[in-house]
Design a protein around this ligand. Structure first.
Ligand code: GLC
Ligand code: GLC
Length: 642
């Protein structure tokens, strides 16, 4: 077979290059995964004239990266191979943060690790820290050098130092891998701009508008207000460059195997710094095809599967998290469908949107129907469940979720937008429209959790009642991500109720992007307030801290997304059961601002029996008149009394 011939020829070269190294483990993994690697690679690149050379280059690069990997990480790889669903444990609770907005730089961050531990966090996503353009850089999602930490944060040594500290503490480090595009200051882009054909071929470049115009017929726009269109003209070379995001973010051309190989080396180099989880940015966009929206294409999945197989050969301890904020049924596909290995974790953007929907409507209908409509995810894959992140909230529900709840998709989305930007009469929210499209009236929503849930308004108006309700909503929302199945991600600042940060308006490079509203600069004096009983910070912090603690001890809160919706007659109370190895918790969430009751029959349906207690506060439930009572915005985690 040709395939084997290629493999043996590559191995010969590797043996010569590393005659003194023991590569037994590498070869075992290569042998085990080569067929997959070869098949996926051929699917994408069989027509390429350099098919064989590039394949060989890829295999040798994998060996190089294996040799570079430290013994300590290799040891961890072996442990994780034996416990290959280690990330499924309910023990993991995540956060994400901007290093400079948190505490100056990487060294400053290190000083705050104990604060995260106090909350119960053991998995940290550090937002982009690699070299980026000085002024506009999309919060670091425009990378100028994947091997260098931007000087404003520190150095790669700091990253290695943090990853070592994390390993000692059994914490996980996540970094971004921005695969879809580089900044226009990346070395490849600079060489392309100076006219080098080889580097121009790493991007998509067109001499005129013929092909771009064909593409535009079916391409949506990600940033229609600030970066309309998907192509940018560069006069230096008199060419149009494919730029789906901002004009300084150049889309990489994955039809060129050279791009894939270079990016694999970059991926493994990050892995070799001790990163446990790689967040693969904007993966839906990695392949383009005229006549389509160029999102979620089959080839984009094949590329991811190829990355995965390369990681399995060199750094099997590393897990992938897909950032694909797309329609519910499309997101699930990034988890490999149970047939192939792709990403192990994905953002549960659908649940996030349904939770926001339930808060605005004070009704569970869409939340419940919506969840019923999401396909279950494959074994050994999991969600990251979150309320807020650094991006906008895109109302990416499927229309049928809304229709099946009896609303009209257009009107309903308009209501949600108007609610969260604070226009709807009864709204308490202080968000803003992101990327408003006047033609379709469509928009996404920016704003901090606390501001969207009424805390900012309450504080401004010195309205005690509004403040109290906002605090309850913040806590309730967090209970939702702690219990459904998946890794909860507490967005930095939310644990003490940071509201919108308006300082971005004074920054030239940020003022046109209101996602900075929800990227707070942490004021540690405010965080200190968590220690003072009765403060807002204290109430939110101790509630989240407590949930985390309880969660870690409940094996039915394992990260498998195996909840069962247990129906009840009350439209305001969402309820589901978590069950694992004989242990059960019935979760009830009152999404309304009023008292609610649910018939005790729900306990029967969940096979719990009528003597139950709320493990969140230890209180046994008093079933007066056969009813379970819930306070406004209360949640219950019910277990039977043994
Ligand atoms: C991802 C990031 C977002 C960024 C985009 C382009 O979606 O989350 O912040 O703007 O990719 O890289
Ligand atoms: C779109 C993209 C997502 C990106 C976001 C930034 O939703 O799908 O990847 O993070 O835009 O606003």
């Amino acid at each position: 077979m040709l395939k084997d011939k290629y493999l043996y020829e590559s191995i010969d070269k590797i043996n010569k290059k590393y005659s003194k190294k023991d590569l037994t483990i590498f070869y075992t993994r290569l042998g085990k995964n080569f067929t997959t690697l070869y098949e996926k690679y051929s699917k994408l690149y069989k027509e390429n004239s350099l098919f064989v050379d590039r394949l060989e280059e890829l295999i040798i690069s994998l060996a190089d990266m294996y040799v570079e990997r430290s013994n300590e990480l290799k040891e961890l790889d072996r442990e994780r191979e034996l416990d290959n669903n280690w990330y499924m444990s309910q023990n993991w609770v995540g956060t994400m943060l901007y290093v400079d907005r948190y505490n100056k730089d990487l060294k400053g961050f290190k000083e705050k690790i104990n604060y995260l531990e106090e909350l119960g966090i053991n998995y940290v996503h550090l937002m982009p820290i690699l070299k980026m353009p000085k002024k506009e850089n999309d919060g670091g999602y425009a990378v100028s050098d994947y091997r260098v930490v931007d000087e404003k944060f520190g150095t790669m040594d700091d990253i290695r130092d943090i990853s070592k500290t994390f390993r000692e503490k059994n914490m996980l480090l996540e970094l971004d891998l921005v695969l879809n595009h580089t900044s226009d200051e990346h070395e490849w882009a600079k060489k392309a701009l100076s006219g080098e054909k080889e580097y121009q071929d790493m991007y998509y470049m067109f001499d005129d508008r013929v092909i771009p115009d064909e593409f535009e017929k079916t391409l949506p726009e990600v940033f229609p207000q600030t970066a309309p269109g998907n192509f940018t003209y560069r006069k230096e070379i008199d060419k149009w460059v494919f730029t789906v995001f901002n004009n300084y973010q150049w889309d990489l051309n994955y039809t060129n195997p050279k791009v894939f190989i270079e990016m694999v080396k970059i991926m493994l180099n990050l892995a070799n710094q001790g990163v446990d989880i790689l967040r693969l940015d904007a993966v839906a966009f990695m392949w383009k095809k005229i006549g389509t929206d160029s999102q979620n294409l089959e080839e984009a999945h094949i590329i991811l599967q190829l990355y995965k197989v390369c990681a399995k050969i060199v750094a099997p301890g590393v897990v992938f998290k897909a950032e694909a904020i797309v329609q519910p049924k499309e997101i699930v596909k990034y988890l490999g469908g149970g047939i192939v290995d792709e990403c192990e974790i994905a953002y549960n953007a659908s649940y996030m949107v349904y939770l926001w929907d339930a808060m605005a409507t004070q009704n569970k209908k869409i939340l419940e129907r919506g969840l019923e409509n999401i396909p279950r995810i494959p074994k050994n894959t999991t969600w990251v469940n979150y309320i807020r992140c650094h991006d906008d909230i895109g109302l990416g529900y499927a229309d049928h979720d809304i229709i099946s709840a009896g609303y009209s998709p257009f009107d309903h989305k308009q209501f949600i937008i108007s609610f969260y930007v604070g226009e709807f009469p009864s709204s308490y929210a202080k968000g803003e429209r992101f990327m408003y499209n006047p033609k379709t009236k469509d928009a996404r929503i920016s704003g901090a959790t606390a501001s969207l849930l009424g805390l900012e308004k309450g504080i401004l108006e010195k309205n005690r009642d509004l403040i109290d309700k906002a605090v309850k909503r913040i806590i309730l929302m967090h209970s939702g991500i702690m219990s459904l199945g998946g890794i909860p991600l507490v967005y930095y600042g939310d644990e003490v109720g940071f509201t919108n940060d308006y300082s971005f308006l004074n920054d030239e490079g940020k003022k046109n992007d209101n996602r900075w509203l929800n990227r707070p600069i942490i004021n540690w004096n405010k965080v200190e307030n968590r220690k003072k009983e009765g403060t807002i910070e204290n109430k939110i912090f101790i509630a989240i801290q407590k949930m985390i603690k309880i969660r870690k001890n409940l094996k039915e809160f394992y990260n498998e997304n195996n909840y069962t919706i247990i129906k009840n007659e009350n439209e305001h109370v969402f309820s589901f059961l978590r069950e694992y190895q004989g242990e059960k918790t019935l979760v009830l969430m009152n999404v309304s601002e009023h008292y609610q009751v649910v018939s005790q029959e729900i306990l029967n349906r969940a096979n719990l029996g009528y003597r139950v207690y709320n493990i969140y506060n230890g209180n046994e439930i008093n079933l007066e008149h056969g009813l379970i009572k819930l306070d406004p915005y209360e949640f219950l985690w019910l277990k039977f009394v043994k």
